[in-house]
Design a binder for this molecule. Sequence first.
Ligand code: AP5
Length: 187
Amino acid sequence: MRWVLLGPPGSGKGTQARKLAETYHVAHLSTGDILRREVAEDTPLGQQARSYMDSGELVPDVLILDMIRKRLSNLRNGSGYVLDGFPRTQAQAEALDSMLGELGQTLDRVVLFEVGHGEISKRLAGRAVEETRSDDSDTIVAHRIDVYRRQTEPLVDYYRRKGLLARLNGERPIDTVFSEIQQLATA
Ligand code: AP5
């Protein structure tokens, strides 16, 4: 399994990626989680990424690509993975194609989580109460959605043209969404 999970903030990518990793024993590579760890540990990468993340902007491609390249090449040859939150720009998608080419790999599937603005705002407002993510305030969430529409949504067409895209309605309950994902995994 070599999958990409694509979708707006709060669409459930992280939730479903964790379930996939546990069920199918594949690696879960979340660029958001990796960056939050780097910020928490105040590493040089974390220091560079922090202001972009706090304002809901994308971290520059060069930093992200360096980070992903290392992790993909460190995976045991042949292990599967789920990429959650990467790629997010055309440049990242093209760089991923080159990295996979060098590793002799191809993607099997790109799953798009379709969730409307209202549902996203409700979910992330709920998370802002339970957790302390610096980018879950109303204004920053609205900006993250806008950044998604402008910079990441064009990848839907990129992967559709490659014949890799599977769309799913991410507004349904977590277990219903996961059942549909499992059907994709066994198709
Ligand atoms: P990142 O961490 O990737 O944030 P995101 O894409 O905005 O995604 P979220 O984690 O908010 O949502 P999700 O889709 O994973 O949903 P989740 O499962 O958590 O990125 C953060 C920042 O890092 C970016 O803004 C950027 O600065 C930087 N960054 C990261 N990757 C980058 C890259 N490649 N390039 C450049 N910059 C990058 O669910 C959300 C909530 O909803 C949870 O509370 C969950 O319990 C709930 N929920 C989930 N599914 C359901 C459901 N079906 N029904 C009801 N509730 C649900």
